[in-house]
Ligand binder design. Structure first.
Ligand SMILES: O=C[C@H](O)COP(=O)(O)O
Length: 253
């Protein structure tokens, strides 16, 4: 079990998906983002599918891998579209796929349907790391548990809390605990959306997160030496309640 105290910057960087998913990104902004990723020493970048091909060439000489998103951010795309999007992204150079689950199916209790759409993406990109974005802030605890089970049954590799773009909110300690209790040790748990400080990263790691989707990587590293609680920080993370506000990328949709 990871404790907040022994979670180092090295552990964080090795398990960080440095993220750029804002719509309207220009080639110059992508270039700067990739330079930052290498300077920071992150293991992966998480970028929009339209950016994958352009990012693949400059990253080829580095150890940085490309993660992209499918059915993003709403998840309302058909399973066939998500599967095709995933296959195209891998052909373009993506090493990992973060797909957004169809939340309507989940809220209706159609867990067979949820499993089937995850399975469709799984089958389209065999051998590729597949994460399922649940948008946990918009689900009940029981729905989070069932969604985790559907992801595991469909042979996903990770469950992921949030897109970072939903008004319901981002990652929370509470959701991560539920996910870790349900599939932890067999599937990874990616916390993402609204994570702004080192304190928040440590709390989420202690709750069971094994991967972190963060657009504010540099600011998180800058805050690493500070002991101020994420709950009280300007990041808007409330560890007590687990609610995370999304002052950054979230709300763009
Ligand atoms: O998937 C990752 C999230 O979009 C990152 O959210 P963030 O911009 O709030 O760090």
């Amino acid at each position: 079990m990871t404790t907040a105290a022994d979670f180092t910057t090295e552990t964080f960087l090795a398990n960080a998906d440095h993220t750029l998913l804002a719509p309207g990104t220009t080639p110059a902004e992508l270039e700067q983002f990739l330079l930052d990723a290498r300077r920071l020493g992150v293991g992966r970048v998480c970028i929009s599918p339209t950016l994958v091909e352009d990012a693949a060439a400059p990253l080829r000489s580095s150890a940085v891998q490309i993660v992209t998103v499918v059915g993003f951010p709403s998840g309302v795309h058909t399973a066939e579209v998500k599967a095709a999007e995933a296959a195209q992204a891998v052909a373009d150079g993506a090493a990992e796929i973060d797909m957004v689950m169809n939340r309507g199916l989940a809220r209706a209790g159609d867990w067979g349907g949820v499993q089937a759409e995850i399975q469709a993406v799984r089958d389209a990109v065999p051998g590729v790391v597949l994460k399922v974005i649940l948008e946990t802030a918009a689900l009940s605890d029981a729905q989070i548990v069932a969604a985790c089970r559907a992801a595991e049954a469909a042979r996903a590799d990770f469950v992921k809390t949030s897109t970072g773009f939903d008004p319901a909110g981002g990652a929370s300690v509470h959701a991560v605990q539920i996910m870790a209790e349900t599939v932890g040790g067999r599937l990874g748990v990616k916390a993402s959306g609204g994570i702004r400080t080192a304190a928040a990263v440590r709390e989420l790691a202690a709750a069971g997160a094994t991967r972190f989707g963060v657009s504010g990587t540099a600011a998180i590293l800058e805050s690493w030496g500070h002991q101020s609680s994420s709950a009280a920080g300007s990041a808007g993370v409330s560890v007590a309640t687990g609610a995370i506000q999304l002052p950054g990328a979230g709300g763009a949709y």
